[in-house]
Design a protein around this ligand. Structure first.
Ligand code: SF4
Length: 344
């Protein structure tokens, strides 16, 4: 399944297809659980699946791109041969990149308003996103509309995924028609600024600069059991967005001071800050030792674990992501190996 594998390509394809549909089945099971057993579904999704995702995006973004259930949904029309296979201009690809970043900043605070506490609300948002994803897959060729376009996780893939451990076979594209200008899957050391238009660059600045502060501030907002008041809504959105503004200003100042040849290191440093910040707060919260005790816990072990655990886990994860993304000497790799190029 990796570039070094000697597996027969047809067996590799079958293997990827099997894994892809197995992960889709798990995703559908969680979706059903969110509605009929909301407690279980909520834990499985927000406290089981989602905390694994950022680390996977850092270490093996190509693996995620191959098995993501939303990608499988979006690409269903293409695999079934019923996609209209439209082409997106570079300008529209840039606009979609910008919309994706704005969608990310709009959806994450919604977790504190209602999603973290409500299975059905989470299911509704996932179904709406799946409907948009499949529509984009029906209208546009391969990954241009959703996976490399409007998907709100895609900006995070580009931010975190610049130093993948390996390049995997592309489990979706059977041929490359260059549907996306600067294909994120097939470009070595992909990062948010590897894209051509002004909208791409604006999206990159907002994401790279804003995301670390956004995450830090998000963890300092308590969750709620649904919409209570406009001031609560303002708090849920205002605090993370103020955090984003603070780190964005720091990024813009640092960019003025750092020589151009060191920009990639600056971008990776902000990426490391964002993902480290996430795990600094999220891992203790998973065992009931978060900023708001008990909130976001998979299992509450706060009585049994040493009080120093949050600090220790934060030091370990920050050290790991700082080393992986910034300090380590890494080969320049693409997320996925580009399939054979064909003319449209
Ligand atoms: S490999 Fe080619 S066809 Fe597939 S997403 Fe990238 S540019 Fe599009």
């Amino acid at each position: 399944m990796t570039e070094s594998d000697n597996l027969d390509p047809s067996r590799t394809n079958t293997l990827w297809r099997t894994v892809r549909y197995a992960v889709l089945a798990i995703g559908l099971a969680i979706l059903v659980a969110l509605v009929i057993a909301p407690e279980l579904g909520r834990h499985a999704f927000w406290n089981g699946l989602i905390p694994l995702a950022p680390a996977l995006l850092v270490v093996a973004p190509g693996l995620w791109r191959n098995v993501c259930p939303m990608a499988t949904t979006a690409l269903l029309p293409r695999h079934l041969g019923i996609s209209r296979r439209g082409t997106l201009s570079v300008e529209w690809q840039g606009r979609l990149s910008l919309f994706a970043v704005l969608l990310l900043f709009a959806l994450v605070p919604l977790r504190h308003v209602v999603l973290d506490s409500s299975g059905p609300a989470t299911a509704l948002v996932l179904v709406l996103l799946a409907a948009v994803a499949v529509t984009m897959g029906f209208a546009f060729d391969w990954k241009s509309g959703w996976c490399s376009g409007l998907c709100p996780v895609h900006p995070v893939e580009k931010l975190y995924g610049s130093r993948p451990i390996s390049s995997f076979a592309n489990a979706h594209c059977t041929e490359c028609i260059q549907c996306t200008t600067v294909c994120p899957d097939s470009t070595r050391s992909m990062h948010p600024f590897s894209r051509p238009t002004r909208a791409h660059r604006l999206a990159a600045v907002l994401l790279v600069g804003g995301f670390p502060g956004f995450i830090w501030a998000w963890f300092h907002v308590p969750g709620n059991d649904g919409f209570a008041s406009w001031s609560q809504l303002g708090w849920c959105y205002g605090v993370p967005l103020l955090g984003a503004l603070a780190s964005l200003l720091m990024f813009l100042a640092a960019r003025e001071l750092v020589p151009v040849k060191h920009y990639p290191t600056l971008v990776r440093s902000f990426a490391a800050a964002a993902v480290s910040c996430y795990y600094w707060f999220r891992l203790p919260a998973l065992v009931g030792m978060g900023v708001f005790p008990g909130e976001g816990a998979l299992v509450d072990l706060s009585e049994d674990l040493p009080a120093e655990l949050p600090l220790l886990s934060g030091i370990v994860t920050t050290g790991f992501f700082g080393w992986w993304l910034v300090l380590r000497r890494a080969h320049r790799r693409e997320w996925l190996v580009r399939p054979a190029l064909v003319e449209r």
